[in-house]
Write a protein that binds this ligand. Structure first.
Ligand code: DI6
Ligand code: FE
Length: 403
């Protein structure tokens, strides 16, 4: 610990899960102290290292509670119009996904509802969902567009997402997902839609400063690797980092494609091949695991977790909150599912919503409890960090500090 003048707040008698990539599990410091000044972590370490006479405007005895970094949900589609409860019920009454799609359901039903909603209405409907994430200790959330699929409606979605970040106590990062699905008006003109995305939509949302990264749904029912590459070339020219919905339902070489463009993350990755694993390992791309979608679609093909581990690929966990394939508002539940369904250790799962989730968003100023990082902190009433992964629903008592 370095000596300091006076801090804004100092926590003592606190157990720190710093989530730094060190020797101790969870980067834990059992009898810790942490101080913040000007919205940043000023000092963190064993209380015994506190400089003599250390003091702050406010000193808090944490009563031996655990503190973690603020949680980060690095993949959501939390802004959308309508819902898909009818489809959920229809499927359970025997309708097939194809029948629903032929009747105009699926992603395109959410596109219709999103186009019909005003920016205010999108903010209003997303607010309670986002509040539930915040109530679980989430301090940073990524929000994708992709249910507008034309310039005006993609802009509307991204503006709504950014507004949520101003109106609620959470930091919002926005991702442009214009290449999510082919809108009905371009059903027989794929190239025409790609032209629109690359020549008009992306330059426009970038010019308005509404986008932090660019994503695509690279899949047999989405966009081909060639189409995705074209979009990524445009993004790269605009100095925007990319991420990719890759290899979710089939091995389309998505992870390798993401790696070729030095993507921040490759997401889903259930079907990623050994070559794909190697490629993202070399590119430093994060594998974002989405157990909510895996569960909802009743998938059986597990992502190659052991290969990610042995290749040193960082793994993140996110909600993928969306009305079709992952209707969840709980990142803590995703921690549990990452452990039970994907066999991550609780330590890996927690790193997946802190250190590695920050990396999946290209953020170097958060995700661990380290000097100089943003003061995004959660104090939990739990007996050990694994407690956060243990419960199937519900949440412990907690207190959040943001910035
Ligand atoms: N993958 C998904 O799981 C979601 N989008 C995507 O690219 C599905 C979105 C939806 O069904 O509305
Ligand atoms: Fe998604």
């Amino acid at each position: 610990m370095a000596a300091s003048a006076r801090w804004d707040r100092l926590w003592v008698n606190v157990r720190l899960a710093t989530m730094t990539d060190g020797a101790a599990p969870y980067g834990a410091i059992d009898r810790g102290a942490l101080a913040v000044a000007d919205g940043r972590i000023a000092i963190v370490g064993p209380a015994s290292d506190l400089p003599p006479g250390a003091s702050a405007d406010q000193v808090i005895d944490a009563g031996g509670r655990w503190m973690t970094p603020g949680l980060i949900d690095c993949h959501t589609h939390i802004v959308f119009g309508g819902d898909r409860i009818d489809e959920f019920e229809a499927r359970l009454n025997g309708a097939t996904y194809e029948e629903i799609a032929r009747a105009g359901g699926g992603i395109l039903s959410t596109v219709r509802a999103t186009r019909a909603a005003s920016e205010d209405e999108l903010v209003e409907s997303a607010t309670p969902r986002l509040r539930q994430l915040i109530a679980e200790g989430v301090t940073t959330v990524e929000i994708k567009s992709g249910y507008g699929l034309d310039t005006a409606n993609e802009l509307k979605m991204l503006r709504a997402a950014r507004r949520l970040g101003r109106e609620l106590p959470v930091d919002v990062r926005t991702t442009f997902l214009g290449a999510h699905a082919l809108p009905p008006e371009f059903a027989s003109n794929r190239t025409g839609y790609l032209d629109l995305v690359c020549n008009e939509m992306l330059p426009r949302v970038a010019e308005e400063g509404l986008v932090d990264a660019v994503d695509a749904f690279c899949e047999t029912i989405g966009f081909t690797p060639q189409e995705t590459a074209r979009l990524f070339e445009t993004a790269t020219q605009l100095n925007l980092r990319v991420k990719l919905h890759a290899d979710q339902l089939s091995d389309g070489g998505g992870a390798a494609l993401a790696a070729k463009f030095a993507a921040l993350s490759a997401d889903h990755v259930e079907w990623t091949s050994p070559q794909g694993v190697q490629a993202i390992a070399e590119a430093g791309t994060v594998a974002v695991l989405l157990p909510g979608a895996f569960h909802t679609l009743r998938e059986t093909k597990l992502p190659p977790i052991d290969q990610f581990r042995s290749a040193g690929v960082p793994m993140a966990i996110a909600t993928d909150c969306n009305p079709g394939t992952s209707p969840t508002r709980s990142l803590l539940l995703m921690l549990n599912m990452a452990c039970t369904l994907f066999r991550l250790t609780p330590e890996e799962a927690l790193a997946g919503v802190t250190r590695n989730a920050a990396r999946a968003l290209g953020l170097t100023d958060r995700g661990t409890l380290e000097q100089g990082k943003r003061a995004d902190l959660v104090l939990w009433d739990i007996s050990s960090p694994a407690d956060l992964c243990y419960w199937l629903g519900g949440r412990p008592e907690l207190a959040v500090v943001r910035g």
